[in-house]
Design a protein around this ligand. Structure first.
Ligand SMILES: [Zn+2]
Length: 242
């Protein structure tokens, strides 16, 4: 059974009601709808809690995709939930908020480094993208200053859907070489950041770039002859270490 992906249209929602549709092995529980983002596109799966009608608070350790749009939440195996039961889903918001901020920051990085993206990863503390940079070189301090400029400019972030045919006619919109854009039912989800970025993405984002906050380029490292790995981190996390 497919799960309604509420995190797509309600990226700022932290709590919602859902109904259990399937109970799997290893503590897996699927629901008819979810705010929990399932691991994908370099972004970790959400954690949080399910609260039952009789007040039990069950920890959700991870969230993964199943078949199609089905989403599985991983709880302790003795969760006791059964099909048809209602639960209040609460996301671990500080963690998700950090993922959303870092994810959106990586979109900005892809604007400033206009080369093919060969890989990436999003964490609550750090995020990185690998670029097929060839012979080009980058300056850490200059890139940090440009990144802070795009954050401060407070560009709005929004999403929309276009047809697969429309995307196929404009292959330049796809920046990520290693991950195919999320497809389904002939439609592609596009994420727009002001007039600076427009690319297919199924992840969660903040609604304006100022929400990203203060961050900087930690390192630019060689990953083979052509690839460079650029890692970002929050300014506050490095305070006191310098
Ligand atoms: Zn994205």
């Amino acid at each position: 059974m497919s799960t309604q992906l509420r995190f797509r249209d309600l990226p700022m929602a932290r709590e919602s009601l859902a109904s259990v549709t399937a109970v799997g092995t290893d503590g897996a529980v699927a629901t008819d709808a979810t705010l929990f983002y399932p691991q994908g596109g370099g972004q970790p799966g959400d954690s949080g809690v399910f609260i039952t009608a009789d007040g039990r608070c069950l920890t959700v350790h991870d969230t993964r995709k199943g078949e199609g749009d089905e989403v599985w939440h991983y709880l302790d195996p003795e969760h006791g939930l059964t099909v048809g039961q209602s639960v209040t889903q609460q996301i671990d918001w500080p963690r998700r908020w950090a993922h959303m901020r870092m994810h959106t920051a990586l979109h900005l990085l892809s604007v400033l480094v206009p080369y093919g993206v060969t890989g990436g990863s999003i964490g609550a503390e750090r995020g990185r993208l690998d670029f097929d940079l060839g012979e080009a070189s980058l300056d850490k301090a200059a890139l940090t200053a440009e990144l802070k400029g795009l954050v401060a400019a407070d560009h709005p972030v929004s999403s929309e859907w276009i047809s697969e045919a429309e995307l196929d006619a404009r292959p330049e919109l796809v920046k990520t070489m290693s991950v195919a854009p999320p497809r389904g039912a002939g439609m592609i989800r596009m994420v727009r950041i002001g007039d600076i970025d427009y690319q297919p993405c199924g992840g969660t984002h903040v609604t304006s770039t100022a929400q990203i906050g203060a961050l900087h380029v930690v390192s630019i490292k060689n990953r083979g002859a052509r690839n460079r790995r650029i890692t970002l981190a929050w300014d506050e996390a490095t305070e006191g270490q310098a």
